[in-house]
Write a protein that binds this ligand. Structure first.
Ligand SMILES: Nc1ncnc2c1ncn2[C@@H]1O[C@H](COP(=O)(O)OP(=O)(O)OP(=O)(O)O)[C@@H](O)[C@H]1O
Ligand SMILES: [Mg+2]
Length: 346
């Protein structure tokens, strides 16, 4: 979804700067970031350690006070509010953390109750609300357990139940699956996706794991040194990343390395082609071979699912006269998502 389809931005970040001052000097955690996050989207922010992801996320609910710039949520500029107004506005924003941040001396039930109490919800509504929330996250039979008696995935489910206690419009997730094993990660991601779909909550996830973005995000931004270096629709970015850093992140999940032995003794031009999974790539190849005086040989191909949409990737060797090859590649480029020459004819 994007603005041209009439979707409004629920979160708007304008020229946000977060500077940390210490004895050693100043560090720019966030350096002039502007972003719009649409209502109902799952928005992913990726970057290596120190890129500024947590700083940016914590500025979204003013856990961290921005040095300059604005954060608007649902049209309200959080940086302009007084304490009381800010407390009110924050009820619309839930947050979950890498290490869960549960109260260890309280049961699962009481951990969620704590959030309701903090928001001033009348006590007689607790039971029904908490029962519903624990059902939503699949922990209805764990209400009387203490955090120490739960697995990591279950602890994060409590964290999610607590974050949703006050019916927020936005859920912020700081490396929410980074402490979990791959299969638990998948189950938490699918819970987040269903919360997004069922409750319409806008979710912002920050992560250094591109897998998270590939699984559930609609739009994404890549951060480096406090700045956003690339931003857009997740599928489009996977199909044609612009920045080297973005490519590196994508390579970590698509793992599309050709074995050396497959390349040995090949004289032709090697190209990597991305196509929308539903396009008829075989028909395209046979058209190209008929239209141009080249031969083609598919070395490797697979289909990946990006946020549920198929993206085909294959590697082809093209041989022939240089001029014919160029025409053929040009034709392929026009009829697919993208084409990248990975090795030109020597
Ligand atoms: N409280 C702080 N005081 C001083 N510097 C800070 C503070 N918090 C963050 N920084 C600095 O700001 C920069 C961005 O840090 P941040 O924690 O936002 O990165 P990150 O992308 O979340 O990294 P990670 O993936 O390791 O969590 C880093 O250089 C960091 O050292
Ligand atoms: Mg962080």
């Amino acid at each position: 979804m994007n603005e041209t389809e009439g979707v409004t931005a629920l979160i708007e970040i304008r020229n946000l700067v977060k500077e940390y001052k210490s004895k050693k000097g100043k560090t720019l955690g966030v350096n002039n970031v502007s972003l719009k996050i649409n209502e109902g989207d799952i928005f992913g922010i990726v970057g290596y350690s120190g890129a500024g992801k947590s700083s940016l996320l914590r500025c979204l609910n003013l856990l961290e006070v921005p040095t300059s710039g604005d954060v608007l949520i649902d049209g309200i500029n959080l940086t302009k509010l007084d304490r009381r107004e800010l407390r009110e506005a924050r009820l619309k924003i839930g947050m979950i953390f890498q290490h869960f941040h549960l109260i260890s001396a309280k049961t699962v039930y009481d951990n969620v109750a704590f959030a309701l109490k903090a928001a001033g919800v009348p006590k007689n509504e607790f039971n029904e609300k908490i029962t519903k929330l624990l059902e939503l996250v699949g922990l209805q039979d764990r209400a009387t357990h203490y955090p120490a008696q739960l697995s990591g995935g279950q602890k994060q489910r409590v964290g999610i139940a607590r974050a949703l206690a006050n019916n927020p419009k936005v859920l912020l997730c700081d490396e929410a699956t980074s402490a979990l094993d791959p299969s638990t990660t998948k189950s938490i991601l699918s819970l987040l996706k269903s919360i997004n779909e069922q409750l319409g909550i806008t979710i912002v996830v920050i992560t250094h794991e591109m897998e998270v973005v590939k699984e559930i995000c609609d739009r994404m931004a890549v951060m480096q040194d406090g700045e956003v270096v690339e931003e857009g629709d997740v599928y489009d970015i996977f199909a044609h990343p612009q920045e080297k850093l973005t490519r590196d992140f994508i390579d970590t999940v698509l793992q599309f390395q050709l074995p050396e032995r497959l390349l040995q003794g090949r004289e032709g031009t090697l190209v990597k082609i991305h196509f929308r999974g539903d396009s008829a790539e075989e028909a395209l190849i046979s058209t190209v071979l008929k239209k141009f005086d080249v031969s083609g040989n598919i070395l490797h191909g697979k289909i990946e699912y990006i946020n549920g949409q198929p993206l085909g990737i294959f590697i082809m060797e093209v041989t022939g006269q240089e001029e014919e090859i160029n025409k053929a590649l040009h034709y392929i480029e026009e009829h697919t998502e993208s084409l990248e020459v990975i090795r030109d004819v020597a």
